[in-house]
Design a protein around this ligand. Structure first.
Ligand code: SF4
Length: 106
């Protein structure tokens, strides 16, 4: 199955993708998360991801305008990826709890 076509709102900063595209992105990400055994990033990896997002023009509050995801959740899943490949690849050994993360409840 192919993803929904891009719309003009997919291009440029500060505009989220269409709802159908966001749904597709979420389904793909969740499938990858499940295939990875629902493993999470370490606190350090999580913080590093959000620090990269802080400097990105696609971030608007807690949301990525490129994929439409909530960053405080997206950064937790080890299998989740930055749509612009700005996040570093995570190593196999990272599978720590994020329950006490300061960003978890955002
Ligand atoms: S996930 Fe990637 S594209 Fe989105 S805000 Fe973070 S660094 Fe930018």
């Amino acid at each position: 199955m192919s993803p929904p076509p891009n719309t003009p709102s997919d291009d440029g900063p500060r505009h989220p993708p269409s709802l159908s595209r966001q749904t597709w992105n979420l389904a793909q990400a969740l499938a990858e998360f499940a295939a990875d055994g629902f493993k999470t990033a370490s606190k350090e990896e999580y913080g590093a991801r959000l620090a990269i997002c802080d400097a990105c023009d696609q971030r608007q509050d807690n949301r990525c305008m490129k994929c439409g995801c909530r960053l405080s959740l997206k950064a937790k899943g080890r299998a989740f990826r930055c749509p612009l490949n700005k996040w570093p690849a995570l190593i196999e050994s990272s599978n720590k709890s994020m329950d006490d993360s300061p960003h978890a409840s955002e």
